[in-house]
Design a protein around this ligand. Structure first.
Ligand SMILES: N[C@@H](CCC[C@H](N)C(=O)O)C(=O)O
Length: 309
């Protein structure tokens, strides 16, 4: 791998913004002419926290029509003008990012690349299909579409499909896998003290190992789980391709999906997920396709704009 400083120097002058959603932070790049298809080394250099800009991921805003592996999506959904090209901090590609897609729309608005009237939603192309993002009371809400258990589970089963070993947690714990376009493995813990004790500086060992890796969420349900119609859980996450992050939007949805299943589908109009970086809200909404969709909402902020070099 070339020296990090040389990699960054070659990219100069590259305009970027830095943003986050509940502390899940991103380097954001506008690429309207599709001239910045960055290599894994370039992404990890930009995301380096000591010698780069720093971020859990990098998001390139590129017109969908210019993205080679999104041609089918573009043909089917020409309305999704902008594509969220999401990369983890290590340069790997991820299919979806819930906090990222809110930051992405905030960035498009900030750069004057789109307009979003109150009550309207903006269709965004992603590797997990088209997602609609609208302004919400707490920032932005994204319809992440239908979700599924990675392995089929009946509503009656309190299913657990894998075991997760984590330093700081005494024994391997059972977990449930959820697919939100990207992979998740949710581990239920009983106590907040156990959640704090988990050491997430190394990758939790998931057995059987998911073929493309996974994001691992550790979740503690509140007692009572639902109060005043709102479900409450606390979560920490180890993200694939990154490490522990302050928040993970798709992870929060996976954690709610698993918790609701384990709890026998209690009535709740929404779920608040407390993460180290704040709170995101998860709702189940009927989709136009007849399937149950999961909606994520929360803040998105731009903290800086600059140029590499
Ligand atoms: N932080 C994101 C998820 C980012 C991608 C993830 N690390 C993966 O590899 O699947 C979110 O807010 O959803």
């Amino acid at each position: 791998m070339p020296h990090l400083e040389e990699t960054l120097a070659r990219l100069a002058p590259l305009a970027f913004a830095k943003g986050h959603g509940t502390g899940n932070d991103f380097v954001l790049i506008a690429d309207p002419e599709a001239q910045q298809d960055l290599s894994a080394d370039e992404v990890s250099a930009l995301c380096d926290r000591h010698r780069g800009i720093g971020g859990d991921g990098l998001i390139r805003a590129v017109p969908t029509r210019h993205v080679q592996d999104a041609q089918a999506l573009h043909a089917e959904h020409p309305e999704a003008e902008w594509f969220m090209d999401y990369r983890n901090a290590d340069g790997s590609i991820a299919e979806m990012c819930g906090n990222g897609v809110r930051a992405f729309v905030h960035f498009l608005l900030d750069q004057g690349l789109v307009e979003l009237a109150p009550g309207e939603s903006l269709p965004i192309g992603t590797r997990a299909g088209v997602k609609h993002v609208a302004v919400s009371a707490n920032g932005y809400a994204v319809d992440l579409g239908p979700w599924r258990f990675t392995f089929p589970v009946s509503a009656e089963e309190k299913a657990l499909d894998s075991l997760v070993e984590t330093p700081g947690i005494d024994a391997a714990r059972p977990a449930l896998s959820v697919d939100l376009g990207n992979p998740h493995t949710v581990v239920a813990l009983q106590q907040l003290a156990e959640l704090s004790a988990a050491q997430l500086t190394t990758i939790p060992r998931v057995d059987p190992a998911p073929p493309h890796g996974t994001n691992v969420e550790f979740v503690v349900p509140a007692e009572p789980l639902v109060s005043d119609g709102i479900g409450h859980i606390t979560m920490r996450v180890h993200e694939r391709g990154v490490g522990e992050t302050q928040s993970c939007g798709t992870g929060a949805c996976a954690a709610v999906i698993a918790t609701r299943h384990w709890a026998g589908y209690p009535e709740a109009e929404a779920w608040d997920v407390r993460v180290p970086g704040g709170v995101v809200r998860v709702k189940f909404v009927p989709g136009a396709d007849g399937a149950e969709h999961v909606e994520l909402s929360g803040p998105a902020t731009i903290v800086a704009r600059g140029t590499v070099g």
